[in-house]
Design a protein around this ligand. Structure first.
Ligand SMILES: C[S@@+](CC[C@H](N)C(=O)[O-])C[C@H]1O[C@@H](n2cnc3c(N)ncnc32)[C@H](O)[C@@H]1O
Length: 224
Protein backbone atom coordinates (compact mmCIF):
# COMPACT_ATOMS: atom_id res chain seq x y z
CA UNK A 1 0.00 0.00 0.00
CA UNK A 2 1.29 3.48 -0.85
CA UNK A 3 2.49 5.77 1.93
CA UNK A 4 -0.30 8.11 0.80
CA UNK A 5 -3.00 5.66 1.81
CA UNK A 6 -5.60 6.98 4.23
CA UNK A 7 -5.05 4.08 6.63
CA UNK A 8 -1.53 5.44 7.31
CA UNK A 9 -2.78 8.97 7.89
CA UNK A 10 -3.95 9.94 11.40
CA UNK A 11 -7.28 11.76 11.59
CA UNK A 12 -6.57 15.42 10.82
CA UNK A 13 -6.72 17.86 13.72
CA UNK A 14 -10.29 19.02 14.15
CA UNK A 15 -11.93 16.05 12.39
CA UNK A 16 -14.46 15.74 15.21
CA UNK A 17 -15.17 19.50 15.12
CA UNK A 18 -15.69 19.20 11.36
CA UNK A 19 -18.14 16.28 11.77
CA UNK A 20 -20.11 18.20 14.42
CA UNK A 21 -20.37 21.20 12.07
CA UNK A 22 -21.51 18.89 9.25
CA UNK A 23 -24.32 17.63 11.52
CA UNK A 24 -25.38 21.25 12.15
CA UNK A 25 -24.82 22.74 8.66
CA UNK A 26 -24.75 19.85 6.15
CA UNK A 27 -25.42 22.10 3.16
CA UNK A 28 -22.59 24.54 3.69
CA UNK A 29 -20.07 22.00 5.03
CA UNK A 30 -20.88 19.68 2.09
CA UNK A 31 -18.57 16.83 3.21
CA UNK A 32 -18.73 14.42 6.11
CA UNK A 33 -14.99 14.53 6.83
CA UNK A 34 -12.04 16.77 5.97
CA UNK A 35 -10.07 16.16 2.78
CA UNK A 36 -7.03 13.85 2.94
CA UNK A 37 -3.46 15.11 2.89
CA UNK A 38 -3.07 13.24 -0.38
CA UNK A 39 -5.78 15.39 -2.02
CA UNK A 40 -4.24 18.50 -0.43
CA UNK A 41 -0.87 17.72 -2.05
CA UNK A 42 -2.54 17.28 -5.45
CA UNK A 43 -4.33 20.64 -5.07
CA UNK A 44 -1.12 22.43 -4.13
CA UNK A 45 0.70 20.80 -7.07
CA UNK A 46 -1.51 22.93 -9.37
CA UNK A 47 -0.24 26.28 -8.04
CA UNK A 48 1.21 28.37 -10.89
CA UNK A 49 5.01 28.68 -11.24
CA UNK A 50 6.55 31.26 -8.88
CA UNK A 51 3.30 31.43 -6.94
CA UNK A 52 3.50 33.71 -3.91
CA UNK A 53 0.12 35.08 -2.87
CA UNK A 54 -2.73 32.62 -2.27
CA UNK A 55 -6.31 32.76 -0.98
CA UNK A 56 -7.92 29.60 0.38
CA UNK A 57 -11.73 29.40 0.39
CA UNK A 58 -13.55 27.21 2.91
CA UNK A 59 -10.55 26.30 5.06
CA UNK A 60 -12.48 23.77 7.20
CA UNK A 61 -9.97 22.23 9.61
CA UNK A 62 -6.92 23.41 7.68
CA UNK A 63 -5.81 20.41 5.60
CA UNK A 64 -5.12 22.60 2.54
CA UNK A 65 -3.73 25.41 4.72
CA UNK A 66 -1.14 23.02 6.16
CA UNK A 67 -0.20 21.78 2.66
CA UNK A 68 0.15 25.36 1.35
CA UNK A 69 2.48 26.31 4.21
CA UNK A 70 4.48 23.09 3.78
CA UNK A 71 4.80 23.91 0.09
CA UNK A 72 6.47 27.21 0.99
CA UNK A 73 3.65 29.77 0.81
CA UNK A 74 4.52 32.17 3.63
CA UNK A 75 2.13 33.09 6.45
CA UNK A 76 1.89 36.69 5.24
CA UNK A 77 1.12 35.62 1.66
CA UNK A 78 -1.80 33.41 2.64
CA UNK A 79 -5.37 34.34 3.55
CA UNK A 80 -7.94 31.71 4.52
CA UNK A 81 -11.67 32.50 4.34
CA UNK A 82 -14.12 30.41 6.35
CA UNK A 83 -17.85 31.03 6.78
CA UNK A 84 -18.45 28.75 9.76
CA UNK A 85 -17.69 30.39 13.11
CA UNK A 86 -16.51 27.28 14.92
CA UNK A 87 -14.23 26.20 12.06
CA UNK A 88 -12.94 29.78 11.81
CA UNK A 89 -12.08 29.64 15.51
CA UNK A 90 -10.34 26.28 15.03
CA UNK A 91 -8.30 27.60 12.07
CA UNK A 92 -7.31 30.78 13.90
CA UNK A 93 -5.97 28.75 16.82
CA UNK A 94 -4.22 26.22 14.59
CA UNK A 95 -2.55 28.87 12.37
CA UNK A 96 -2.07 31.94 14.59
CA UNK A 97 0.29 33.65 12.10
CA UNK A 98 -1.98 33.28 9.06
CA UNK A 99 -4.79 35.74 8.23
CA UNK A 100 -7.92 33.66 8.80
CA UNK A 101 -11.02 35.68 7.91
CA UNK A 102 -14.52 34.87 9.07
CA UNK A 103 -16.36 35.70 5.88
CA UNK A 104 -18.18 34.70 2.74
CA UNK A 105 -16.34 33.64 -0.42
CA UNK A 106 -18.88 35.63 -2.41
CA UNK A 107 -17.53 38.83 -0.91
CA UNK A 108 -13.85 38.17 -1.40
CA UNK A 109 -12.71 41.67 -2.46
CA UNK A 110 -14.33 43.18 0.65
CA UNK A 111 -13.02 40.38 2.90
CA UNK A 112 -9.46 40.79 1.53
CA UNK A 113 -9.64 44.56 1.93
CA UNK A 114 -10.85 44.34 5.52
CA UNK A 115 -8.08 41.85 6.32
CA UNK A 116 -5.50 44.12 4.67
CA UNK A 117 -4.41 41.23 2.48
CA UNK A 118 -4.49 42.22 -1.18
CA UNK A 119 -6.08 44.42 -3.79
CA UNK A 120 -8.04 42.99 -6.73
CA UNK A 121 -5.73 41.51 -9.39
CA UNK A 122 -2.84 40.79 -6.98
CA UNK A 123 -3.42 37.14 -6.13
CA UNK A 124 -1.66 34.24 -7.90
CA UNK A 125 -4.03 31.43 -6.95
CA UNK A 126 -7.28 30.68 -5.17
CA UNK A 127 -7.53 27.20 -3.66
CA UNK A 128 -11.13 26.25 -3.02
CA UNK A 129 -12.45 23.66 -0.61
CA UNK A 130 -16.03 24.80 -1.24
CA UNK A 131 -18.72 22.33 -2.31
CA UNK A 132 -19.20 24.04 -5.70
CA UNK A 133 -20.79 20.99 -7.30
CA UNK A 134 -23.93 21.21 -5.18
CA UNK A 135 -24.29 25.00 -5.46
CA UNK A 136 -26.77 26.83 -7.65
CA UNK A 137 -25.50 28.50 -10.81
CA UNK A 138 -26.12 31.86 -9.17
CA UNK A 139 -23.93 31.01 -6.20
CA UNK A 140 -21.20 29.52 -8.42
CA UNK A 141 -21.23 32.73 -10.47
CA UNK A 142 -20.96 34.98 -7.42
CA UNK A 143 -18.07 33.00 -5.95
CA UNK A 144 -16.14 32.76 -9.23
CA UNK A 145 -16.67 36.45 -10.02
CA UNK A 146 -15.27 37.37 -6.62
CA UNK A 147 -12.34 34.97 -6.94
CA UNK A 148 -11.34 36.04 -10.47
CA UNK A 149 -11.62 39.66 -9.43
CA UNK A 150 -8.81 38.99 -6.92
CA UNK A 151 -6.69 36.89 -9.30
CA UNK A 152 -4.01 38.42 -11.51
CA UNK A 153 -4.19 37.70 -15.25
CA UNK A 154 -3.15 34.06 -15.65
CA UNK A 155 -4.01 33.32 -12.00
CA UNK A 156 -5.54 29.94 -11.19
CA UNK A 157 -8.68 28.84 -9.35
CA UNK A 158 -8.01 25.33 -8.04
CA UNK A 159 -11.00 23.22 -7.02
CA UNK A 160 -11.69 19.59 -6.20
CA UNK A 161 -14.88 17.69 -6.84
CA UNK A 162 -16.28 14.26 -6.08
CA UNK A 163 -17.87 14.01 -9.54
CA UNK A 164 -16.24 12.94 -12.82
CA UNK A 165 -16.54 16.31 -14.58
CA UNK A 166 -15.86 19.94 -13.76
CA UNK A 167 -18.11 21.02 -10.85
CA UNK A 168 -18.91 24.38 -12.47
CA UNK A 169 -21.89 24.52 -14.80
CA UNK A 170 -21.10 24.95 -18.51
CA UNK A 171 -23.32 28.03 -18.61
CA UNK A 172 -21.37 29.66 -15.80
CA UNK A 173 -18.03 28.83 -17.43
CA UNK A 174 -19.26 30.32 -20.70
CA UNK A 175 -20.77 33.44 -19.10
CA UNK A 176 -17.56 34.19 -17.17
CA UNK A 177 -15.32 33.08 -20.08
CA UNK A 178 -13.47 30.54 -18.01
CA UNK A 179 -11.60 27.42 -19.08
CA UNK A 180 -11.60 24.28 -16.97
CA UNK A 181 -8.76 21.75 -17.05
CA UNK A 182 -8.81 18.37 -15.31
CA UNK A 183 -5.89 17.81 -12.91
CA UNK A 184 -4.98 14.76 -10.82
CA UNK A 185 -7.29 12.14 -9.37
CA UNK A 186 -7.02 11.56 -5.61
CA UNK A 187 -7.90 7.95 -5.00
CA UNK A 188 -6.88 8.24 -1.35
CA UNK A 189 -9.70 10.51 -0.29
CA UNK A 190 -13.17 9.77 1.05
CA UNK A 191 -14.77 9.84 -1.43
CA UNK A 192 -12.12 9.88 -4.17
CA UNK A 193 -11.86 13.31 -5.77
CA UNK A 194 -10.61 15.00 -8.93
CA UNK A 195 -8.77 18.33 -9.08
CA UNK A 196 -9.82 20.94 -11.65
CA UNK A 197 -8.08 24.18 -12.56
CA UNK A 198 -10.06 27.17 -13.86
CA UNK A 199 -8.39 30.03 -15.70
CA UNK A 200 -9.62 33.01 -17.67
CA UNK A 201 -10.06 32.34 -21.36
CA UNK A 202 -9.02 35.95 -22.04
CA UNK A 203 -6.97 38.49 -20.14
CA UNK A 204 -9.77 40.86 -18.99
CA UNK A 205 -10.23 40.72 -15.21
CA UNK A 206 -13.70 39.75 -13.95
CA UNK A 207 -15.44 42.89 -12.67
CA UNK A 208 -15.73 43.20 -8.91
CA UNK A 209 -19.27 42.75 -7.59
CA UNK A 210 -20.50 45.79 -5.60
CA UNK A 211 -19.58 45.49 -1.94
CA UNK A 212 -22.22 43.84 0.21
CA UNK A 213 -24.26 42.71 -2.80
CA UNK A 214 -24.01 39.05 -1.81
CA UNK A 215 -24.25 39.49 1.94
CA UNK A 216 -26.59 36.98 3.62
CA UNK A 217 -26.47 34.83 6.70
CA UNK A 218 -24.83 31.42 6.73
CA UNK A 219 -28.00 29.34 6.42
CA UNK A 220 -29.06 31.08 3.25
CA UNK A 221 -25.51 31.33 1.89
CA UNK A 222 -25.33 27.82 0.60
CA UNK A 223 -28.33 26.47 -1.28
CA UNK A 224 -26.39 23.36 -2.38
C1 LIG B 1 -16.25 20.59 1.86
S1 LIG B 1 -15.73 21.58 3.26
C2 LIG B 1 -13.97 21.60 2.91
C3 LIG B 1 -13.10 21.91 4.09
C4 LIG B 1 -11.59 21.75 3.84
N1 LIG B 1 -11.09 22.68 2.83
C5 LIG B 1 -11.28 20.34 3.40
O1 LIG B 1 -11.08 20.12 2.20
O2 LIG B 1 -11.28 19.46 4.28
C6 LIG B 1 -16.33 23.19 2.77
C7 LIG B 1 -15.90 24.32 3.70
O3 LIG B 1 -16.32 25.54 3.08
C8 LIG B 1 -16.94 26.38 4.06
N2 LIG B 1 -17.86 27.29 3.32
C9 LIG B 1 -19.05 26.97 2.75
N3 LIG B 1 -19.57 28.04 2.11
C10 LIG B 1 -18.67 29.04 2.27
C11 LIG B 1 -18.62 30.41 1.81
N4 LIG B 1 -19.63 30.92 1.09
N5 LIG B 1 -17.54 31.15 2.14
C12 LIG B 1 -16.52 30.64 2.88
N6 LIG B 1 -16.50 29.36 3.34
C13 LIG B 1 -17.55 28.57 3.04
C14 LIG B 1 -17.63 25.41 4.99
O4 LIG B 1 -17.90 25.99 6.25
C15 LIG B 1 -16.58 24.27 5.05
O5 LIG B 1 -15.61 24.52 6.04
Amino acid sequence: MSSNSPSREPAPPGAWTFFRQWLRHPLSIAAISPSSRHLARLMVKELPPNCERVIELGGGTGVFTRALLDHGITDENLMVVELNEELHHHLSRRFPDVRVALGDARELPAVAKKAGFAEPGQVDAVISGLGLLSMSQELQTQILESAFCMLRPGGRFIQFTYGPVTPVSRDVLAALRLRSRRGSFAVWNVPPATVFVLTQARSRAVKAPPEGKNRTRQRSAAPR
